[in-house]
Design a protein around this ligand. Structure first.
Ligand SMILES: [Zn+2]
Ligand SMILES: [Zn+2]
Length: 165
């Protein structure tokens, strides 16, 4: 597994927890195991690691649940966003790709934990295409936008913004 220099940031939905990494590992993958399914509340976890010493928690402190002897699952205690898989004996932390500010930059290169893979995983790309939220639901999309409490996909000096901003 190789590491490479890259400035990466991410965090939870509410913005209480933010992280930054200056290096990443080339291990982007999808884990289908039953423990990852539960930890992220989804049918698989998409994960990519950063070396432990390259990580800075720039806002807040993640909560941890010890899912097995050496493994912590990290999440925001305020909003619940799953943030990482951390083998505490190891030298890297695997972040949930969806919590990164730019998940599109980390295409998975492997499937793991396939004993837990849902049988319909391989047909996901063949099901009906529902289009973007904006398509045909303009009122709903604008209601979401005007009341959106999600932290933006970049670092902020202060969050949530004050009413003057
Ligand atoms: Zn949060
Ligand atoms: Zn797993």
């Amino acid at each position: 597994m190789d590491r490479y220099a890259m400035e990466v940031s991410g965090g939870c939905q509410c913005g209480a927890v933010r992280y930054h990494a200056t290096q990443m590992m080339d291990n982007s993958h999808i884990c289908h195991c039953r423990m990852c399914q539960k930890a992220v509340g989804n049918v698989f976890a998409a994960l990519v690691a950063a070396p432990r010493e390259a990580i800075t928690w720039t806002r807040g402190t993640p909560a941890r649940f010890r899912s097995s002897e050496h493994v912590d699952r990290g999440f925001c205690r305020d909003c619940g966003t799953p943030l990482f898989y951390d083998n505490t004996e190891g030298n890297r932390v695997n972040f949930t790709i969806g919590s990164l500010d730019h998940p599109e930059l980390f295409p998975p290169g492997a499937n793991t934990g396939q004993e837990g893979q849902v049988p319909w995983f391989t047909s996901l790309t063949t099901i009906d295409d529902g289009g973007a939220t904006e398509d045909g639901q303009e009122a709903w999309a604008s209601a979401i936008k005007s009341t959106n409490h999600q932290h933006p996909d970049h670092d902020t000096d202060r969050w949530p913004p004050t009413s003057a901003e």
